[in-house]
Design a protein. Structure first.
Lengths: 324, 267
């Protein structure tokens, strides 16, 4: 039935649409033709601004909602229609809790232990996320970060093959975040496929094998971090000295492939050849004895790429890339 | 390492957690334990007054069956409407749907402690009533059990349906009121059906909550007060229509509860 020459992806979505409310203007289409493929054992990050459609997408991939159009497969199964067969093999952490405040951490674990096939011991799962010392505390008394970690522990109870994490580190302090990242890396090293959403770009940069940037319900950029960045220019900025006057930029050398912006004395260059452009620029400055104030040169960052994409269809915000 | 989960195991896990939550919810516990007592006590005087107007009214039978009805309504229907609403607004239901439990198991598992508590109270009322009021043994225990089972299933479905239109736990008191009033006035809890004009009583027998309670009465006392007292065999023909009606209403409630139930708060 399936093509055996090539392993099927762990998570696959083709032409995915998700609509809320009635058709026409009264409804809202949160996901608009999304394609996604996550290989087995891969750690994949879904990035996007708030409202980009990340959670709407995740809910369809998790089988919590049916798509209004398109096809989804997780481990080769339809997550909504074949929920019963799929559930024992995946772990899900929603964006927001979902544990009764009046139960203790251990009681929550015991309940989920009874709902999970081949479950880890509750204390083992709590220990993974460092919550063992808090086992007798009621959920409502946990901090936001502790609740996130409880959520993660419950998602890990069944040793899932595929793990869906919707903003796993939101609300964590830096130390807890570092330990969650460590845990996610260990899971991936052990062969777990991880699909996570985040709006922390450094999280995607740190963890992900591949990523996709969502905007307006679609994937607008995807690939490895390097691939995504390759499409975005590096940036050089500096200030010309006062005495050179407002027209000094006219004396700048020809910088092939570089995009020049002048804002008074401040010059910003965007280039796909950072080294070449920088060499030309510094050579020119040396020859003309020009001191370049506040000189800054940097490779494209995911943040810049992200902001550029977020601003791409917002004509009113053409300058947003510079703010990065 | 435990093996694969089973439906019974999942219901047990959900029921146990929910029982802990019920025990820790003082409002719910007060409602479940104290309110039926108050209502049952007031029922006695209402029934005595009705007996003066309606000769031959069986006060004891009405009292016992009415008490069970009140307990089932408050402990299963009202309590569960609140529980479903609370679990939904805390996103507990949504989170549970990410696990292995099916939708029906989640709803039923949440209901297990309320149903267990209500049935225990019914048993105590039955035993206590039989001893204190010197009641006869049930004529047809099977019909009695069927009546209890259908009442519980019906009210669970209706609770799911009511919670679909209940936004917060605080408003559950309002959304459960219509059915409570209808049941109290029209299903023989506050006004014995035999004390009403026949035409009104016949309409009342069509209400969702009436047939299941009629079964309790026929199963125990051999009549619902509208005809002669029957033996075991005779109760089957007398109970046939209520049994069918109760099953029908239960089916409708289960279907509608499933159809309109909301698993997460409105965005």
């Amino acid at each position: 039935m399936t093509d055996t020459s090539r392993p099927r992806p762990a998570v696959e979505a083709r032409g995915l649409h998700r609509r809320y409310g009635p058709s026409g203007a009264a409804g809202f289409e949160a996901v608009r033709g999304l394609d996604l493929s996550v290989a087995r054992g891969e750690l994949f990050a879904l990035l996007g601004t708030n409202g980009a459609g990340k959670t709407s997408t995740m809910e369809v991939l998790e089988g919590l909602a049916a798509p209004s159009a398109g096809e989804v497969r997780v481990l080769g199964l339809d997550p909504a229609r074949e929920r019963a067969a799929l559930r024992p093999r995946i772990g899900i952490m929603l964006q927001e809790g979902g544990f009764p405040g009046e139960l203790t951490v251990a009681e929550t674990g015991r309940c989920w232990n009874g709902l999970t096939s081949d479950a880890r011991a509750v204390d083992e799962a709590l220990d993974l996320v460092g919550l063992l010392p808090r086992r007798t505390v009621r959920v409502k008394q946990l901090s936001g970060g502790e609740r996130r970690r409880l959520d993660l522990a419950m998602a890990l109870l069944g040793r899932p093959e595929v793990l869906f994490l919707d903003e796993p580190s939101t609300g964590l302090d830096p130390e807890a975040r570092a330990s969650v990242w460590r845990l996610i890396r260990e899971l991936r090293a052990a062969g777990t496929t991880v699909l996570l959403t985040t709006h922390y770009l450094e999280e995607a940069e740190e963890l992900a094998d591949r990523l996709a940037i969502m905007h307006g319900g679609r994937v607008v950029a995807g690939g490895t971090v390097d691939e995504v960045l390759a499409d975005h220019p590096a940036r050089i900025s500096f200030e010309l000295p006062e005495r050179s006057g407002p027209h000094a930029s006219l004396d700048l050398p020809a910088l092939p492939g570089a995009d020049l912006r002048i804002d008074g004395r401040r010059i910003t260059l965007r280039t796909t050849d950072l080294q070449g452009t920088l060499t030309e620029l510094l050579g020119w400055a040396a020859r003309h004895r020009v001191a370049l104030g506040r000189l800054d040169a940097r490779s494209a960052s995911l943040e810049e790429a992200f902001l550029a994409i977020a601003a791409s269809d917002a004509a009113t915000l053409p300058q947003i890339g510079r703010a990065a | 390492m435990t093996a694969a989960t089973t439906p019974a195991g999942r219901l047990l896990a959900l029921g146990r957690a929910e029982a802990t939550l019920l025990r820790r919810n003082r409002t719910a516990m007060f409602m479940a334990l104290a309110l039926p007592l108050v209502l049952v006590a007031s029922m006695r005087s209402v029934l005595d007054a009705a007996a003066e107007r309606t000769p031959g009214l069986d006060v004891n039978a009405n009292l016992v069956v009415g008490s069970m009805g009140v307990v089932l309504l408050i402990v299963v229907y009202c309590n569960l409407t609140s529980a479903y609403t609370a679990r939904r607004s805390d996103l507990v239901l949504k989170r549970l749907r990410t696990g292995e439990a099916t939708d029906a198991e989640i709803l039923l598992g949440t209901a297990v402690p309320s149903i267990g508590l209500a049935l225990t109270q019914c048993l105590l009322l039955g035993v206590g009533g039989a001893l204190l009021l010197d009641l006869p043994a049930p004529v047809n225990p099977l019909l009695l059990v069927a009546g209890l089972a259908l009442s519980v299933a019906l009210l669970t479905g209706l609770a799911a349906l009511s919670s679909a239109v209940t936004k917060t736990v605080e408003t559950a008191g309002i959304t459960t009121l219509p059915l409570l009033l209808v049941a109290q006035l029209g299903s023989g809890l506050m006004l014995p059906l035999e004390s009403l004009p026949d035409s009104v009583a016949n309409v009342c027998r069509l209400l969702p909550t009436t047939p299941a309670l009629q079964l309790l009465r026929i199963g125990w006392f051999g009549t619902d007060g509208s005809g002669p007292t029957e033996g075991f065999a005779g109760t089957w023909s007398q109970g046939a229509t209520p049994l069918l009606m109760a099953a029908l209403w239960t089916g409708v409630a289960a279907w509608a509860g499933h159809r309109w139930f909301r698993w997460e708060p409105r965005r």
